[in-house]
Design a protein around this ligand. Structure first.
Ligand code: FAD
Length: 598
């Protein structure tokens, strides 16, 4: 009998996992692979290394090489930079998953919750060169053989999500689908920050975390963040997906990577005269579907009966009750047919997740942008760093294809911030640096970002040609530190901590957050307790309050990055010391000294 290689079931399961085309199948094959290799996916710290050890399969090896190369970036400190951090990522869109991967490389425990059960968005995204290089570096081609072959520079949202989901799982990220984030549960008793989820009893609801990344897309604004609206002239977009039967005839029809009216007047005039369809621009990409996206003029939509009645308000204009969907389908179909010269045979709509023709009309007159990218909440001494990434940070302008590019840049910037958080950088400095980098995000283009894609890391300096990490000062981000100063128990704890650490110092008697601090000796005593070499207590005189306060302020700012909350003169004068400011200031000092003492 011929000597046949026995089939290794783990290899078969790995192949099935790699090739899976639906979220549910990815998760199922992953679970089976873990069972087969007796791996516990919850053992996030060792999962990836054990998987590599146990799955000795040539097809997996090139993927390990790629992931190992990424993991070797010095910024991750051998996956130990954030070893104590626990991160909840809200949303498994491309940006949520991309951030989860980076947080996992940093060594954090990462849990992702996604309200949808499936990845069903057919729309095709144009990628900037750095995003292509980044995704190749994560092994995108292993999971999607056609990924950006030749001059292809686009991918459907669902394929992108599938690639990122697979990478995330291999690195030990926990991903829960069908789980909606409803809000935060504040710390109570021994418990830290947790999430209110639907379903309420889902196991992820007991996960306690110190980092929350919101990647909920679109106009999802978590509590504490504000959005700015940028209003342009009325812009109505239409997307349409048609079934791609992948025949030779279909393969031959050239794509249209952005025909804008200003560049091709003749094409748009002909379209108008022959069909009555009036467009500003149109794009056609081929992927799992034939994907078209176009900006249509209101007048032609009214004339073709797509929009029933004219309204000046865009929301009323595009309200479902004011749209004739049959007419919309015909409009999209005819635009697609005309722009491809009638060469796509049998243009038949693909279906969306509701089983209906995948055609959508949307308004992108207003673009939203979050005022800030991060904030810190503190309750009962438990801190939570919160960050926005992706569309909920900056809504992209689709004709420029900025969504994934700026989304991924913000994912890296966020990971850089979480790294600082994990390494114990003072909180206000963490926020100030993140906001400094955020300042330049909306101006990024493929031209003004570094072309050296191979050296991109989460360090912003490797990506932005000019970036000043301290363009925003710590005192400008104080409002982003939401400390619950009226929590009685928190205040009592803080006072006790101050008393304990200033006990025994001459002429220091802390019993409040105002008078006790006036001479500056109590602050100097605190500094001396933790950094005795920085201050000579015997040289200080109670009557020299301005000098004492200034000395403590300068040391705390220079050594811990904590800016003073008032001037040394105000502290020393007879005017009232603001209790809330003092609580805020001392909380930061407590945190900084506690972290550095660990
Ligand atoms: P999303 O992809 O929206 O993902 C957010 C996820 O969060 C979703 O899966 C959602 O279900 C989940 N979620 C939301 N709320 C909750 C909750 N409470 N609990 C749990 N989960 C939740 N970008 C490009 O780069 N190139 C292009 O060519 C391009 N073309 C575009 C064309 C059009 C017509 C449009 C509309 C957009 C285009 N974009 C393009 C933008 C691109 O689609 C987005 O930038 C990208 O999908 C954003 O990813 P994200 O992860 O931030 O958000």
């Amino acid at each position: 009998m011929a000597n046949q290689d026995p089939v290794n079931p783990a290899h078969t399961l790995f192949d099935l996992f790699v090739q899976a085309q639906r979220c549910v199948d990815v998760k199922q094959h992953f679970a089976e692979l873990c069972r087969q290799l007796t791996l516990n996916p919850k053992d996030f710290r060792n999962f990836y290394s054990k998987l590599k050890e146990r799955l000795n399969y040539w097809k997996a090896k090139s993927l390990w090489t790629k992931l190992d190369k990424r993991a070797s970036h010095s910024e991750y400190q051998q996956r130990k930079a954030c070893i104590k951090n626990k991160c909840l990522v809200l949303g498994a869109g491309p940006c949520g998953l991309r951030t989860a991967i980076e947080l996992s490389f940093l060594g954090a425990q990462v849990v992702v919750v996604e309200k949808r059960e499936s990845f069903s968005r057919n729309n095709v995204l144009h990628l900037w060169p750095f995003s292509i290089s980044d995704l190749r570096g994560l092994g995108a081609k292993t999971f999607h053989g056609k990924f950006c072959t030749g001059s292809l520079d686009h991918i459907s949202i669902r394929q992108l999500q599938l690639i990122l989901l697979k990478v995330a799982l291999l690195l030990g990220v926990e991903v829960h689908t069908g789980v909606e984030f409803l809000g935060l549960n504040e710390p109570s008793g021994e418990n830290g920050w947790m999430a209110k989820l639907k379903p309420e009893t889902h196991p992820a609801a007991t996960f306690q975390f110190d980092v929350l990344v919101s990647a909920g897309g679109g106009r999802f604004v978590p509590d504490g963040f504000k959005h700015k609206e940028l209003r342009g002239k009325l812009a109505i977009g239409i997307t349409a997906n048609f079934i791609n039967r992948k025949t030779a005839a279909e393969a031959q029809v050239p794509e249209i990577s952005g025909v804008a009216r200003i560049y091709n007047q003749k094409f748009f005039q002909q379209l108008l005269s022959e069909t009555g369809i009036d467009l500003e621009n149109i794009v056609y990409y081929k992927d799992d579907t034939h994907y078209f996206v176009m900006t249509a003029k209101k007048k032609s939509l009214l004339e073709k009966g797509v929009i029933k009645e004219d309204h000046s308000d865009a929301e009323q204009l595009l309200a479902p009750s004011n749209v004739d969907y049959k007419a919309l389908h015909l409009y999209a179909h005819d635009a697609a047919q005309f722009s491809t010269g009638g060469n796509l045979p049998h243009l038949q709509f693909a279906q969306n997740h509701l089983g209906q023709p995948d055609v959508a009309m949307f308004d992108f007159t207003c673009m939203y942008r979050a005022e800030n990218a991060s904030l810190i909440r503190e309750r009962r001494g438990k801190k939570l760093l919160t960050a926005l990434v992706g569309d909920c940070l900056v809504e992209p302008f689709w004709p420029l294809g900025t969504g994934i590019a700026r989304g991924f840049l913000a994912s890296f910037d966020t990971a850089w911030m979480v790294r600082s958080w994990g390494l114990g950088v003072p909180h206000l400095k963490v926020l100030a640096e993140r906001e400094s980098v955020y300042q330049i995000l909306s101006q990024t283009t493929p031209e003004n970002t570094s072309k050296n894609y191979g050296s991109y890391t989460i360090n912003p300096r490797t990506r932005y040609v000019t970036v000043n990490l301290s363009s925003i000062h710590t005192n400008q981000v104080r409002t982003l530190y939401l400390c619950n100063t009226d929590s009685a128990s928190g205040i009592k704890e803080l006072l006790a901590w101050c008393q304990k650490n200033t006990a025994g110092y001459n002429k220091v008697n802390v019993n409040d957050f105002s008078q006790s601090w006036r001479s500056g000796l109590a602050l100097c005593a605190l500094v001396h307790r933790f950094r005795p070499h920085l201050i000579d207590m015997s040289s200080l005189d109670e009557s020299n309050a301005v000098y004492n306060n200034q000395t403590a302020f300068s040391i705390l700012e220079k050594e811990l990055g904590i800016p003073p909350v008032m001037s040394a003169r105000d502290m020393a004068s007879n005017s009232q010391i603001d209790n809330l400011s003092m609580v805020f200031y001392l909380t930061q000092i407590q945190e900084a000294f506690n972290v550095s003492a660990k």
